[in-house]
Design a binder for this molecule. Structure first.
Ligand SMILES: Nc1nc2c(c(=O)[nH]1)N[C@H]1C(S)=C(S)[C@@H](COP(=O)(O)OP(=O)(O)OC[C@H]3O[C@@H](n4cnc5c(=O)[nH]c(N)nc54)[C@H](O)[C@@H]3O)O[C@H]1N2
Ligand SMILES: Nc1nc2c(c(=O)[nH]1)N[C@H]1C(S)=C(S)[C@@H](COP(=O)(O)OP(=O)(O)OC[C@H]3O[C@@H](n4cnc5c(=O)[nH]c(N)nc54)[C@H](O)[C@@H]3O)O[C@H]1N2
Ligand SMILES: [Mo]
Length: 880
């Protein structure tokens, strides 16, 4: 087990018990992390690396596997795209010094056509408009439960089963990673090569027929400008070693907040509808037919081709009887997106006066989001703000206690924003489900009634909708129809006027109904595109199968086998391990008795096993479609990856990622060192918002890098929770971790004159933040590219209110995003550190301005995302 980019013992202690159990049974555990933590202490091996360098490390593992031909060939050949040939026009980063073919410097986006399979169909952007729009809408995010559209791959794709052809994926991979040697890994990551090789050897030894190995990650991997590609790199390793779809294998994404998985499944994201259906775009999805044609290609395999049934059922759930075939099931009632409406763009738009009102529910961006200053200055420029929270958080009280009040940038008497604060009921005070890391929905019953004005989110939105509809009743204005036609008829209980909607009814509506009989459906395969079914989230369909709340099941594990299929309910269809067809060989037999999970039973003519098969139950392993066809029908009996357009696991991603078909090591947006592999320094598609109020520290080859010579990172403490609203308010937790600290090595303490438990302040081009110094050897300096790189660590839980108070760590960060999913780079940046507290009041602004001046920082710093192209990605309308 390789835990990398996660502090599982401290941030996921309940799940970590299973790591310990596995360890007791002989599993070998590695922890690869910039800092030695309690996870490291409990692992067999702690392996240090420089923060932000994981692709070099993982690329090194891939190179080790390929150079020694350690891949699980019997798995790789039939189940991945290793043998497929890529087009002749394709150029790799090895040919173009860090860029792939198709790069457009003006939009910092790629035309992905040349990455496609040879002689397959045309490659068009997912949106009908230019490729740049794909980046503006973070379209890879929209493939969350399936794969991207890919035309012309339902038939046979030109391939070389000997894996020798220079243009086959296997050989491209081999060339791409050939320079990721143990020496290069050591030079880039600072990881001693013996320790790196120990990870490679353990992974290879523990993979194959009899054994499997797992990767575990969390936000140490995601919060980077190349975060999506970190996970892609691990996917490549796991596919090469045959560790996907098999027990003990996989890549475990440890989710964060309770039910953060649920909030991506039934999304709060601007570019998604429930079940990872694309949010329609104004330019590209004019009508329902066009919409569905942009999800599934003409000749494409897989279940995404049923997206029409999922969307129409969703529209029937939203608009009930008003949704008819004649009106495209009210498709036009759905909002349309016109570009980047992500949370960071939105807050910049608040600063620019383009946003007037804002709802903030269960989130504290004044502390938790990157660039805390911008978050608060944006909110201070609204007409109104609605906050629903358990406690009075900084995002509701910023107008009187933000750090900007001290500097004079926010004046309470003049702050224009009217804040409406609503106390929220906690999870113990309401019914509903959590969806956890394993995609498992678990129902909980209300334990106590909320007191006074506290109300559930269901209550709030139900009554908000009811009141808006009452206000608009009788309106003849066409724009009010979507609201008035909503099927807003949930079962309720309690006092009239103050009724609580039934969470159980909401779950049934999410599960879906057969509208011809009025009965709940048993799963997404029952959904139809003709309007005869409704379903609030297709991947959750089945959670109420048989009229039973499957998420409420709590049969003890002692009364069932180890897969415990009767504990809660996992999407899709209660499958515990995705793509588990791959746990059997092409002929349908388990790879080994030890690792048997799902297999073909020739007598019964069905797939069977311990898990629910993630495959059509009666499709035999040797099935080949009789003629040209598409969708699920086109899947062969040995196509385990049933959501992918070609049924295969993608070692090379011919479509879908906006920053390249293969992971490539780029330096973080802010880094003190030059990229050792390519001329291209950072990810050439990363999203920068070049403007004076979002400055970047310089990185090579820009000048004055030495003004901010150190690398810093932030993460969590067990005793606090995220932005602190749920922990800084509690005496026992506050007592356990009473102060914001900054952790440094003895070497750095000596270099900068820092004293253990004394004060220090950390400076970036955004601001300076003070904290008490912790001198420890948990953060050893690393030798990178021949020089010593010091790393600094801070927790990010503090803010100006609560029982224990401190500066906001996130004020140190600017806004730079991964172009695939718009996640912020909040795990790594550069800084300076000095002894003593920071300057106070307006003097702080002058102090930081002095640093910016010395570093020669302008809006263009860091905004030249392509190192050699010279194009500056600065905002068009920059307001001073
Ligand atoms: N007690 C407690 N539990 C929590 C939370 C909490 O605040 N408190 N928060 C919850 C939430 S919302 C989340 S998302 C999860 C987060 O769970 P984790 O991601 O496990 O939590 P972090 O503390 O952010 O740990 C990230 C780890 O990644 C390392 N890291 C940082 N950058 C890099 C890098 O570039 N490469 C590698 N390999 N490692 C890196 C850090 O040193 C740290 O050890 O925890 C959840 N659980
Ligand atoms: N530098 C840096 N920044 C980070 C991270 C990092 O690792 N490094 N991690 C990031 C991550 S992974 C996350 S998830 C974010 C977290 O950032 P936020 O989500 O902004 O922070 P929280 O403090 O978790 O805010 C959740 C709020 O919801 C409230 N709440 C709890 N239950 C309910 C409820 O039922 N209803 C309502 N209405 N409110 C409720 C809580 O009181 C709390 O104030 O921080 C991110 N920021
Ligand atoms: Mo999170």
């Amino acid at each position: 087990m390789v835990i990398m980019g996660s502090n599982m013992a401290e941030a996921h202690p309940v799940g970590f018990q299973w790591v310990i159990e596995a360890k007791e049974r002989g599993a070998k555990v590695f922890h690869v992390d910039p800092r030695f933590t309690r996870t490291s202490a409990l692992a067999h091996h702690y392996v240090p690396l420089r923060v932000g360098s994981d692709i070099a490390f993982l690329g090194g593992v891939i190179n080790y596997i390929l150079a020694g031909e350690h891949d699980f060939r019997e798995y790789v050949l039939p189940y991945t795209n290793a043998s497929f040939l890529i087009r002749e026009e394709f150029r790799d980063t090895e040919d173009l010094d860090g860029l792939f073919s198709g790069y457009d410097p003006a939009t910092a986006s790629y035309d992905q056509s040349s990455w496609h399979y040879e002689s397959s169909g045309p490659v068009l952007p997912a949106n009908l408009r230019p490729w740049a729009e794909e980046k503006e809408q973070a379209s890879p995010d929209q493939h969350g439960s399936g794969g991207p559209k890919l035309d012309g791959v339902a038939g046979s794709i030109p391939s070389d089963p000997t894996l020798q052809h220079p243009r086959c994926v296997y050989q491209i991979l081999k060339r791409h990673f050939s320079r990721y040697t143990p020496e290069m890994v050591e030079q880039i990551c600072g990881t001693p090569r013996e320790q790196f090789l120990a990870v490679c050897e353990a992974l290879v030894e523990n993979s194959g027929r009899e054994r499997t190995a797992a990767f575990v990650y969390s936000v140490g991997w995601t919060q980077h400008t190349v975060g999506a590609q970190y996970i892609r790199a691990a996917s490549i390793i796991q596919l090469l070693l045959g560790n996907i779809g098999r027990p003990g294998g996989g890549i475990l994404a440890l989710r964060g907040h309770a039910s953060i998985q649920g909030s991506t499944d039934v999304p709060t994201l601007f570019n998604l509808l429930p079940g990872y259906l694309v949010m329609p775009s104004a330019a590209s999805h004019p009508d329902l037919a066009t919409y569905t044609s942009t999800i599934c290609g003409k000749e494409q395999k897989g279940f995404w081709c049923h997206a029409d049934a999922y969307l129409v059922s969703l529209l029937k759930e939203y608009w009930g009887d008003a949704a008819t075939p004649e009106n495209d099931f009210c498709y036009d009632y759905l909002p349309r997106i016109t570009g980047d409406h992500g949370t960071y763009r939105t807050v910049l738009d608040m600063v620019d006066g383009k946003v007037f009102g804002y709802f903030l529910l269960g989130q504290n961006p004044a502390v938790g989001s990157a660039h805390g200053r911008i978050q608060r200055l944006g909110m201070a420029n609204l007409d109104w703000l609605v906050v629903r929270d358990l406690t009075m958080i900084e995002s509701a009280s910023f107008w009187k206690d933000a750090p900007e009040v001290e500097t004079g940038e926010i004046v309470p008497e003049r702050c224009r924003t009217e804040v409406f604060f609503f106390p929220a009921a906690a999870h113990t005070e309401k019914d509903g489900t959590f969806t956890q890391t394993q995609r498992m929905l678990q129902w909980r019953d209300k334990a106590v009634d909320p007191i006074a004005d506290q109300r559930s989110e269901l209550w709030f939105f139900y009554h908000l909708g009811r009141r808006l509809r009452e206000r608009l009743a009788g309106s003849t204005d066409e724009r009010d129809r979507p609201l008035l036609d909503l099927a807003w008829d949930y079962e309720v209980h309690g006092d009239p006027g103050d009724e609580e909607p039934s969470a159980d009814h909401v779950l049934r509506r999410i599960n879906g109904y057969d509208l011809t009989t009025g009965r709940v459906v048993d799963g997404y395969t029952d959904l139809k595109a003709d309007g005869s079914t409704s379903c609030g989230c297709w991947i959750y369909s089945g959670v109420y199968a048989g009229g039973v709340n499957q998420a409420r099941r709590r049969k003890p594990r002692f009364e069932q086998d180890i897969y415990a299929l009767e504990w809660g309910w996992t999407w899709p269809m209660n499958r515990r391990i995705l793509y588990n067809r791959a746990s059997a060989d092409p002929a349908g037999r388990p790879w080994s008795e030890r690792k048997a999970l799902v297999w073909w039973d020739p007598e019964r003519g069905r797939w069977t096993g311990y898990d629910v098969p993630d495959f059509e139950p009666t499709k035999p392993p040797d099935y080949v479609p009789p003629g040209p066809t598409k969708g699920p029908d086109a899947l062969h009996g040995d196509d385990p990856f049933i959501m992918q357009a070609d049924g295969k696991g993608w070692l090379f991603s011919p479509r879908g990622l906006v920053d390249g078909p293969l992971p490539t090591h780029y330096e973080p947006h802010e880094s003190p060192v030059r990229n050792a592999l390519y001329v291209q320094q950072g990810d050439p598609t990363r999203k920068v918002y070049g403007r004076p109020d979002n400055p970047s520290n310089p990185s090579p080859p820009e000048p004055n890098v030495d003004v901010f010579p150190y690398v810093f990172t932030a993460s969590r403490l067990t005793e606090h929770h995220t932005a602190g609203g749920m922990s800084r308010t509690l005496p026992y937790l506050s007592e356990l971790q009473p102060a914001l600290t900054v952790e440094v090595s003895p070497e750095l303490a000596a270099e900068r004159g820092l004293e253990h438990l004394g004060w220090a302040h950390v400076i970036t081009s955004r601001t300076a933040v003070e904290a008490r110094v912790m001198v420890t050897d948990r953060l050893a300096p690393l030798r990178v590219g021949g020089r010593l790189v010091h790393q600094i660590w801070m927790p990010y839980h503090w803010g100006p209110t609560g029982l224990v108070r401190g500066d906001v760590f996130n004020d140190l960060l600017g806004i730079t995003l991964d172009a695939n999913v718009f996640i912020q780079e909040s795990k790594v940046a550069t800084c300076d550190i000095r002894p003593g507290p920071r300057p106070r009041g307006p003097a702080l602004l002058d102090y930081v301005a002095g640093y910016r001046e010395r570093a020669g920082i302008t809006a263009a710093t860091g905004a030249v995302v392509c190192t050699t192209c010279g194009v500056k990605h600065i905002e068009q309308e920059v307001r001073r």
